[in-house]
Design a binder for this molecule. Structure first.
Ligand code: SF4
Length: 421
């Protein structure tokens, strides 16, 4: 609810400490918008974490709140999204702490030069967390606390300008902030306004140092035109995802979890995807999850598949019903999950006396003789489907049929399933 037609602010009281400088820039922005005559619904105010991020309830415009240091990135995304809509203006706020954390996002937004304005409320410190210094704290400011006093601050305005920002200004005199903001908002392209903003709670004693910033006003302009965002049709991924119509009947009575354990490069992840897809071809709900080391070309590769007639809300597989284990890496990764209520299908080469004694019902199969290293997991999975009937083997064949190696895969499945079980 707005106070009257002219204001872009709600009736909410400013939440800042008495004397906080942030209110000056907010009121200046309100006045600038009034003079520019934007409709409140044409303005999108973006904020992030910190005292400067307390502003979203204050604005009667669209508002979006993001992660610390990310309002430039969030604003850039919104600006690209509304670029084809007439008279829309994205205005992002950030504090000097957020600007330190999200510096790359500011430079990226400047480099892209899409139409938006970033207002940096610089009080030289992190106000919300107790007055710690930021990357924009000046050396004089830091002399008082005798910390990092030899390290200069970032000159955000120069950095933004060097990155391609169309209009980059540091303004500090409160009575000039409104007109500076007006010019920034009128600029087509990226503009940045850094405004000094005193924090009485943590920075009052540092008034002189804040004045040092005040005395270093800067203004840079590029005649680089704003980047035009082309209006190209976009489709949602959901629209582009083919709908799978069930063609096979599943004899599954209740939810089953299958764990496939192999080694990197052995196809465990692909086979789990085929298995999940086969479940869909059989009209089931399915999930698939993979696990492997960061070094994807070495070590174990384990994948879990859940099949059910009911929706699967929790995708964790704490007690698999079936284990398909084809390599030593896979066995070592899942050995502590094995249990005697499960059906354990394991390559015969991996079975030792300990394993046999502990899991007397395990089923030892010469999987590695059925196919080459890359297809052993597929051969083993086809074998298990054929033996247990969890899913029709035909559904698995259908699942692999759109893969570029389908001929090889189909041959493996045929060979395995034609053997007596
Ligand atoms: S802590 Fe400082 S920046 Fe935060 S609201 Fe209070 S005066 Fe303003």
């Amino acid at each position: 609810m707005t106070k009257n037609k002219q204001t872009y602010l709600t009736d909410k009281k400013f939440p800042f400490c008495p004397g906080c400088g942030h209110g000056i820039s907010i009121n200046a922005l309100n006045k600038a918008l009034q003079e520019l005559n934007y409709g409140p619904n044409d303005v999108i105010v973006v904020s992030d974490i910190g005292c400067s991020g307390l502003i979203d309830p204050l604005f009667a415009t669209h508002t979006i709140h993001g992660l610390h240091g990310r309002s430039p990135a969030l604003g850039l995304g919104v600006a690209m999204g509304v670029a084809q809509k007439p008279n829309k203006k994205v205005i992002a706020f950030i504090g000097d702490g957020g600007a330190t954390i999200g510096l790359q996002h500011i430079l990226e937004a400047a480099r892209r030069n899409v139409d938006m304005t970033l207002i940096v409320l610089n009080n030289l410190l992190y106000g919300m967390t107790g007055g710690q210094i930021s990357g924009l704290s000046t050396q004089k400011f830091k002399e008082i606390i005798d910390f990092e006093k030899d390290i200069p601050p970032f000159d955000l305005i120069q950095l933004a300008h060097a990155s391609g920002s169309r209009f980059s200004v540091r303004v500090n005199a409160p009575n000039r902030i409104k007109d500076t903001l007006k010019k920034a908002i009128e600029t087509e392209g990226f503009s940045i306004v850094e405004a000094a903003s005193l924090c009485p709670s943590y920075g009052m004693k540092k008034m002189n140092e804040l004045m040092e910033v005040v005395e270093h006003e800067e203004i840079f302009e590029h005649d680089r035109p704003a980047t035009k965002i082309k209006d190209k049709p976009v489709h949602s991924l959901l629209e582009e995802t083919p709908v799978i119509k069930p063609q096979f009947k599943s004899e599954l009575k209740e939810r089953k979890g299958i764990l496939i354990a192999g080694s990197a490069g052995g196809g465990a992840q692909s086979v789990a995807r085929f298995l999940a897809l086969a479940g869909m071809h059989a009209g089931l709900e399915t999930t698939m999850k993979g696990e492997y080391p960061i070094t994807v070309g070495t070590g174990f590769s384990v994948a879990e598949v859940i099949l059910d007639h009911q929706p699967i809300n929790y995708t964790g597989l704490e007690k698999p019903d079936y284990f398909i284990i084809v390599t030593a890496d896979g066995l070592s990764k899942v050995r502590n999950k094995l249990h005697n209520d499960a059906q354990i299908y394991i390559d015969e080469k991996l079975v030792d006396d300990d394993l046999k004694n502990q899991y007397p019902n395990l089923i030892s199969v010469p999987f590695s003789k059925m196919a080459n290293r890359k297809s052993t997991a597929l051969a083993a999975t086809a074998y298990v489907l054929n033996k247990t009937g969890i899913l029709p083997v035909e559904a698995l064949k259908e699942a692999v049929s759109s893969h570029r190696l389908k001929d090889i895969f189909l041959e493996v499945i045929e060979k395995v399933t034609q053997q007596p079980v």
